[in-house]
Write a protein that binds this ligand. Structure first.
Ligand SMILES: *[C@@H]1O[C@H](CO)[C@@H](O)[C@H](O)[C@H]1NC(C)=O
Length: 196
């Protein structure tokens, strides 16, 4: 066997320590970063569920207590047959039955804006804020296209909070009543959402 010269001892020690200390140096390098891998269990995420929610959306534009309020429009909006450019802020109640006096489960809070020059179609950017039962305080976020005179419109659910963390899915809207004079509408919603 070759004699261990001081140089060989140094190389050996260096390699030995490098291997032993590798996890430590790696951890130190990682602590400088802002991200880490995490197991879903550590966030309390168990099995993914699919939920179906059903409610009625009350869009009240006119009357004493409107819940949908125009906040902006373009100089050309009034000349546009589709009201192109109008932006409406809403805080619409969501109820279990078509009657606005029925049990309220939440609100639809956000914006819809006329986004088509050729038909009445809205860009919908809003949150469903639930206030009933286990979903009290949880939200779902909608970002989609709503061509209001079509039979069933589908809008993506792009996320959520609370019990709806990591949510994704879609909402289907079907007009229940639409008063062309007052512009008030009741819309039936079926929402299908994956979440934990
Ligand atoms: C929903 O949560 C809020 C805030 O925690 C609470 O004040 C309210 O009573 C709850 N509503 C229901 C129906 O549980």
């Amino acid at each position: 066997m070759a004699r261990l010269t001081p140089t060989k001892v140094h190389v050996f020690l260096f390699l030995f320590l490098s291997i032993i200390l590798f996890p430590v140096t790696l951890a130190a390098a990682r602590s400088d970063t802002f991200s880490r891998n995490l197991s879903p269990k550590k966030l309390g995420l168990k099995r993914e569920k699919l939920s179906h929610l059903h409610f009625y959306f009350h869009d009240t534009v006119s009357g004493k207590n409107p819940t949908a309020v125009p906040v902006a429009q373009a100089a050309t909006t009034n000349k546009s047959p589709t009201g192109f450019g109008q932006v409406v802020m809403i805080d619409d109640p969501l109820t279990v039955k078509p009657e606005v006096s029925s049990k309220q489960v939440g609100r639809a809070q956000g914006i819809y804006a006329s986004a088509s020059q050729s038909e009445l179609s809205f860009l919908m950017v809003l949150n469903y804020f639930f206030t009933e039962g286990k979903y009290n305080g949880s939200t779902l976020s909608i970002l989609g296209r709503n061509s209001v005179f079509s039979g069933i419109r589908e809008m993506p659910i792009v996320g959520g909070s609370g019990l709806f963390r990591f949510a994704r899915g879609y909402a289907q809207a079907k007009t229940y009543t639409n008063n062309l004079k007052t512009k008030n509408a009741i819309v039936e919603y079926n929402v299908y959402v994956f979440h934990y």
